[in-house]
Design a protein. Structure first.
Length: 516
């Protein structure tokens, strides 16, 4: 305990290991207890540090978190970005180092403004509020990177029933609160002023409510089940944008569809058609006629070229519907370097990674109508968009079904696609709606309103997934209010922590110094 809470390399290395532990709590490992251990060790390590020392320790924690949890970044840069192993390694380390700053900032804020060791209950509540604030900031700043949230550790754990109440944010809050309360038990026992009972209540209540609400149906069926045929073409990323392979890919999805069993919804993955939509009119009309003959709607990922609000012609990553449906959706949240290049005037041409095919997409507008099929509204998410809880909730609240299409070939044979699937499952649970997930190379799956996979097909295989989904109606509490109630709760908790911190500074030593 002494070397964990004191400044120095041993404590920093412990923080690095604590951050890496979070990965074990998420897919594909799913040992959710490690999320509690990770946050508890992190908080303990900040107890007696100066703000500068805390910032360094927070950076080490973040470096371990993203170094272990996003190691697949190397695969994207090396295997598909034409970067040498050395350059890919350096760029990956730079990315991880930059992401570590997202944990360095709250650690500094904590040590400078919020730490209140003489009031361990307030300390725990304020830390949990700051933890959620960090998650929210990371989902927004510079377009956001909402990956590796601790709340995802509970998707198959006891707290999953809280997701329809407050989303992954509420679960993250409860995990952080539980971890810090457990870490603060010695201080609570030292003070002996009734704090133990209050601490036990705060500890127990989420872990009672969560299991009680697990499986509770916040929404209900709106119509009869729809049959789904989801096409997984398994096209190699190395040939996807090769013009000489265009006809092969068009025939692939055409033949898979013509030979498939009848279905209400025929769905192809992200950029299944590697050709601009206005150049594929005849092909789409042909497939639309086939879909109409089966009374089916065909939804496919395809690049779209159209003018923006200023009249400038731009390219978009999109989804379009033909057959017994209508609508075109343009992706709003783009992947840096994969779909657009920040500072492209400086970076274009330096290495192949900054000149990936289709890396000049524009961002779609925020107020787009939902897709329609069989008179039902479908909320669409393309690849990376499904990891944004608030973006997903905004459209899910007006939908009957959820759909995410992706091309996870960028992840290679890594844990990335499994993490991606876990986040899609959370979106289904938060909204109480069926989620259809269709990918180029896996994992293609159907997810029920409780976040459970009902059917899936193996990754890295050409296959068709058949199953059924049910349009749903009604709103979960999270879809009604989104993250705002939790934010309204967190603000006074942060103020309470700040006031307790200022009083502690004026009155002397808190209980955590007893460990020194």
């Amino acid at each position: 305990m002494r070397w964990i809470i004191r400044p120095g390399w041993l404590g920093n290395l412990a923080a690095f290991g604590a951050g890496a532990l979070t990965t074990l709590s998420l897919a594909p490992f799913d040992y959710w207890i490690f999320a509690l251990l990770s946050v508890g060790l992190f908080h303990t390590g900040l107890r007696s540090l100066t703000p500068k020392q805390a910032a360094l320790r927070g950076w080490f924690y973040g470096f371990g978190l993203f170094g272990a949890g996003t190691s697949w970044i190397y695969i994207s840069i090396h295997d598909f970005g034409a970067a040498s192993p050395l350059l890919a390694g350096v760029l990956t380390l730079l990315f991880v180092a930059a992401m570590g700053l997202f944990l360095a900032l709250p650690a500094w804020i904590w040590a400078r403004w919020l730490r209140c060791s003489h009031r361990p209950l307030v300390d725990a509540l304020a830390f949990a509020a700051l933890w959620v604030a960090q998650d929210l900031f990371r989902s927004w700043f510079l377009t956001g990177f909402p990956w590796l949230y601790t709340g995802y550790s509970q998707l198959d754990g006891p707290l999953s029933g809280l997701a329809p109440l407050g989303g992954v944010w509420l679960i993250s809050f409860c995990v952080a609160l539980t971890a810090v309360l457990l870490a603060n038990i010695p201080g609570i026992l030292i003070r002996r002023k009734g704090g133990l009972l209050r601490a036990l209540l705060l500890l127990i209540v989420p872990w009672i409510i969560g299991p009680l609400l697990k499986g509770y149906a916040w929404t209900e069926a709106k119509g009869d089940p729809l049959q789904v045929a989801a096409m997984q073409g398994n096209v190699q990323q190395s040939v996807k944008w090769n013009p000489q392979q265009l006809e092969t890919q068009l025939r692939l999805y055409q033949n898979m569809t013509l030979e498939s069993e009848p279905a209400d919804l025929i769905i192809w993955p992200e950029t299944a058609l590697p050709i601009i939509k206005d150049r594929a009119t005849n092909y789409l009309d042909m497939m639309g006629r086939f879909a109409n003959s089966r009374e089916a709607a065909l939804l496919t990922g395809i690049p779209v070229r159209q003018p923006n609000s200023e009249g400038e012609m731009r390219y978009y990553n999109g989804i379009t519907v033909t057959g017994t449906g209508q609508g075109t959706y343009l992706k709003q949240q783009l992947v840096p370097f994969g779909e657009y290049v920040p500072l492209q005037d400086l970076l274009r041409g330096l290495i192949g990674f900054f000149d990936l095919p289709m890396s000049d997409f524009a961002r779609g507008p925020a107020d787009q109508p939902l897709l329609e099929a069989h008179n039902y509204k479908i909320a669409p998410y393309i690849c990376y968009e499904v990891v944004y809880p608030e973006l997903a909730a905004r459209s899910a609240a007006h939908s009957d079904l959820l759909l995410t299409i992706s091309n996870d070939a960028w992840f290679g044979h890594s844990i990335g696609p499994i993490q991606h699937l876990q986040m899609a499952r959370m979106r289904a649970l938060e909204s109480g709606r069926w989620m259809i997930r269709v990918t180029n190379n896996g994992i293609t799956a159907l997810i029920d309103p409780f976040g459970q996979i009902t059917q899936q097909i193996p990754a890295f295989q050409e296959a068709i997934l058949y199953g059924e989904v049910v349009p749903m109606q009604g709103l979960t509490p999270y879809l009604r209010a989104r993250v705002w109630p939790l934010l309204i709760l967190c603000l006074p908790l942060l103020i309470l922590g700040w006031r307790a911190h200022m009083r502690e500074r004026s009155t002397g030593i808190g209980w955590s110094q007893r460990f020194n």
